[in-house]
Design a protein around this ligand. Structure first.
Ligand SMILES: Cc1cc2nc3c(=O)[nH]c(=O)nc-3n(C[C@H](O)[C@H](O)[C@H](O)COP(=O)(O)OP(=O)(O)OC[C@H]3O[C@@H](n4cnc5c(N)ncnc54)[C@H](O)[C@@H]3O)c2cc1C
Length: 398
């Protein structure tokens, strides 16, 4: 039943990167997306140096730099008094990467840029308004059932990748259950054109504020600042929907005499969940379909794109004749990154920002000050947060 192509479900950034890399290697790819077009909502917006290198291979890094913001530094602050606890400079990475900075560019723009590049590959077909519903497989290939505006259809392929996000239908179809938990509080992201950098002295384009009562972080994207707050579990749906809450949170962050112009508001549930295996036979999982974490550190989407690069290289080797047992290397290399780095570090970041015990809090802030002041320790810290180490470590796993 196998057709000479690879099927991908989900035209988020991860599915699109995978489609491009496979297509550029000459493999026929059909990518199906449930929505009628690429998603347009404001979600992730941070791209770390190694991710920029991967996106440069697709030919979109320069476009992202031109239409995004180059963040040369990031900061941790104590929200109690606004003081800078540590400022870290990506310039320290100039010998490690061609992109010694973070690029702040909205996820929907990046998806659009990759999709534009896919138009140059006649062997890649993207089908919108096509929802994956079930999967079956045998020793030769995979059959994907989809719902389309013209009715149900079956697509065949040699392999199938579920890059269909947090509620992955592909993951459910092959019976892989995520392990982990969901945080009780939700995260609210408010976007405003007010330029906090003109009001808060030396504010870095990415700044995390530690506070036992209400931690937050703010980051700059073109024309907007996005400020993220945790919202208490007891907050009612009416309050969450109200503009008063948005004003109260932003005024609490930086008090002004005039109300804030709030241009976007995203409320979302945050999970720490990882699939126990990224492969079931001829079906593989990548990105949010395989792992979910809180956004502190901006690692979720980045690690998803790193999955896509690794999986593409592995599938290309198998396509060209390597034994398909090699596909297990993908889980062996990428899952430890999700467990030991992305999940662990994003939980540590949250614990640091929200620490309530005054003695522990003081100790953690002091530890950060020490790291920031010691050039060697600061370099190692920046290299690790830029996700360079995870890729180097993964490459050593066979
Ligand atoms: C509301 C929200 C806000 C977020 N905000 C932030 C943030 O501020 N910072 C941050 O770092 N991260 C944020 N994230 C997380 C970040 O957006 C994800 O890590 C990233 O989108 C993962 O990319 P992906 O390609 O794996 O999945 P997605 O981007 O989720 O793409 C999956 C695609 O699959 C499609 N799909 C789903 N089911 C099917 C199906 N059955 N058939 C066909 N297609 C299907 C979907 O329509 C979607 O286009 C947010 C996530 C959400 C949901």
């Amino acid at each position: 039943m196998a057709a000479g192509r690879i099927l991908i479900v989900g035209a988020g950034p991860v599915g699109l990167v995978l489609a491009y890399r496979l297509g550029a290697a000459g493999i026929a790819v059909t990518l199906v997306e449930a929505l009628p077009d690429l998603a347009e909502d404001l979600r992730a917006s941070t791209f770390h140096p190694p991710t920029m290198e991967m996106l440069d291979e697709i030919g979109i890094a320069q476009r992202m730099i031109e239409t995004g913001i180059v963040a040369a530094t990031f900061q941790y602050r104590d929200r109690r008094d606004g003081s800078i606890v540590g400022e870290f400079d990506y310039g320290m990475l100039r010998d490690d990467t061609r992109f010694p900075f973070r690029v702040q560019c909205e996820q929907f723009k990046v998806a659009r840029y990759i999709h534009d590049r896919l138009q140059t590959l006649p062997n890649v077909t993207v089908r919108f308004s096509t929802r994956a519903t079930s999967v079956r497989q045998d020793a030769d290939g995979v059959v994907l059932s989809v719902e389309t505006p013209a009715g149900p259809e079956e697509l065949t392929g040699r392999y199938l990748v579920g890059a269909d996000g947090a509620n992955s239908a592909v993951r459910a179809a092959v019976g892989i259950e995520m392990e982990g938990f969901t945080w009780p509080e939700r995260f609210l992201v408010l976007s405003t054109p007010f330029d906090f950098a003109t009001a808060i002295e030396r504010l870095a384009p990415v700044t995390y504020y530690a506070d036992p009562d209400e931690w937050c972080f703010c980051l700059r994207v073109p024309g907007l600042w996005r400020v993220m707050f945790p919202v208490k579990t007891e907050t009612t749906e009416d309050t969450l929907a109200s503009s008063e809450l948005a004003q109260q949170l932003l005024q609490g962050f930086f008090a002004r005499t005039t109300p804030y112009d709030v241009q976007h508001r995203t409320l979302y549930r945050v999970h720490q969940r990882i699939a126990p295996d990224y492969r079931r036979g001829r079906v593989l999982l990548a990105g949010d379909a395989a792992h979910l974490n809180n956004p502190l550190g901006g690692m979720g989407l980045n690690s998803g794109i790193h999955d896509a690069a690794n999986l593409a290289d592995t599938l290309i080797e198998v396509w060209r004749g390597a034994d398909d047992a090699l596909l297990d290397r993908y889980t062996r290399q990428r899952r430890p990154v999700a467990v030991n780095h992305v999940d662990a570090q994003s939980k540590r970041n949250k614990a640091f920002l929200e620490e309530r015990d005054p003695a522990v809090r003081r100790q953690r802030l002091d530890e950060f000050r020490r790291i920031a002041e010691d050039p060697k320790a600061a370099y190692l810290y920046v290299r690790q947060t830029a996700m360079i180490d995870t890729l180097r470590q993964a490459a050593t796993l066979t």
